[in-house]
Design a protein around this ligand. Structure first.
Ligand SMILES: *Cc1c(COP(=O)(O)O)cnc(C)c1O
Length: 390
């Protein structure tokens, strides 16, 4: 074997030894509560498609109509020749939905974090992030070359201590947090964080990936629910969760969006997404705002409540459930894999989440509930989990 092959094999052996080996599972069906995984039909509790839009007819038709009109490729980056009306319509719909002056969309949430954070802070600045923020934010913070400070998860005293010691009049300080945490499902203490960032003159970027469509009177997210929208400088979201498609976006004032168009490298140097995808996302934004969107949200929370009730008095221990994400702590990486495998034999698909997605020794099963699940399916899930976890 050549040296390259040997190096690759050594790496794989090491990953396997730690119980961290990952592989792709082939899905042969559309998204939904029942999916075909590796040829087996399973009850799906793994998706972020909270409102059941990923395979919705309205979105499918919007995608088809846009493909018929514009084709499938965008032709280039938005600044070269790919800024199709589909993308502008999506941004107008998002600005209207989120109630902000302007919006910029990116090809993914990952690209959104990377482009935005590096456009806003640099080596003379400070970036302060929650310990549990998404990898895209951590990577962006590192890439920005700003001084990186990490506060304990949702710990506002620790955040204040860091702000007190690092904020100076000459440096810009950017705080970044999620509103609903992707792997724990808990909520950030937004009011306290907003008070602190104002007190210290910092800026706040809020990633609402798992809150958009679910929280707030108009389903804009947790900032709306807490009535803090106007006080947050940078609102981030993704299109791949409750909005059922793929992509990411930043909402805020017009000058922010202009700076991003000029400076966000992941936006500038990347081909615009397919117009079909943008059109489907526009349909999703409108659907979430409609009465149908409210109905779906209400159904989702009813299912979450049903799950909560089923867990009360069971042997399954979970933290207080505050969102559609329910983590079941396991600990050992290998053990989490075994539990997920056992659930599969009972016809239930729940992913084992391991390092580096979460800390070492904090492996868990991550259950996500959607508006499409039936009460019977929730009961099937809790019965299966009770049988598989001791
Ligand atoms: C999913 C997610 C992202 C990344 O979005 P993609 O569109 O999947 O690249 C960023 N932040 C959070 C909190 C997420 O959950």
């Amino acid at each position: 074997m050549d040296a390259f092959g040997e190096t690759l094999n050594e790496q794989l052996a090491l990953i396997r030894e730690q119980g961290l080996y990952r592989e792709l599972r082939r899905i042969d069906s559309a998204q939904g509560t029942r999916i075909q995984v590796d040829g087996q039909e399973l009850l799906n509790f793994s998706s972020n498609d909270y409102l059941g839009l990923a395979n919705d007819e309205v979105l499918r038709k919007a995608a088809v109509a846009a493909a018929e009109r514009f084709g499938v490729g965008s032709g280039g980056s938005r600044l070269i020749c790919g800024s199709l009306s589909s993308h502008h319509e999506l941004e107008e719909a998002l600005a209207d939905f989120k109630g902000t002056e302007a919006v910029l969309t990116f090809s993914s949430g990952y690209a959104t974090a990377l482009g935005t954070i590096t456009a806003l802070v640099g080596k003379d600045d400070v970036i302060v992030i929650d310990k549990l923020v998404h990898a895209s934010i951590v990577d962006a913070a590192r890439l920005s070359n700003a001084r990186l400070r990490i506060y304990r998860h949702n710990d506002v005293d620790n955040l204040e201590k860091i702000l007190r010691s690092s904020v100076t009049p000459k440096r810009r300080t950017l705080i970044v947090t999620e509103s609903v945490f992707s792997m724990d499902g808990d909520l950030a203490p937004l009011r306290e964080i907003v008070e602190l960032k104002d007190k210290y003159g910092a800026w706040l970027m809020l990633d609402e990936a798992h809150a958009t469509g679910l929280f707030g009177a108009q389903r804009r997210g947790l900032a709306e629910a807490f009535e803090l929208q106007e006080r947050i400088e940078i609102h981030m979201g993704t299109l791949g969760k409750a909005l059922g498609t793929a992509g990411g976006y930043i909402c805020g004032r017009r000058a922010l969006i202009e700076v991003l168009v000029n400076r966000a490298r992941s936006f500038i140097f990347s081909t615009a997404p397919s117009p079909a995808l943008a059109a489907a996302a526009t349909a999703a934004v409108r659907l979430v705002q409609s009465e149908e969107g409210e109905t779906r949200r209400a159904t989702l929370w009813a299912r979450v409540d049903h799950l909560k009730n089923r867990l009360v008095g069971s042997r399954i221990r979970v933290p207080v459930i505050q969102s559609a994400i329910v983590p079941i702590a396991i600990g050992e990486e290998e053990q989490a894999l075994k539990c997920a495998q056992a659930l599969k034999t009972k016809g239930v698909f729940v992913p084992a989440i391991r390092y580096p997605t979460v800390a070492r020794g904090k492996a868990r099963l991550r259950v996500t509930v959607t508006a499409q699940h039936t009460p019977e399916q929730i009961e099937h899930l809790t019965t299966a989990i009770s049988q598989c976890i001791n």
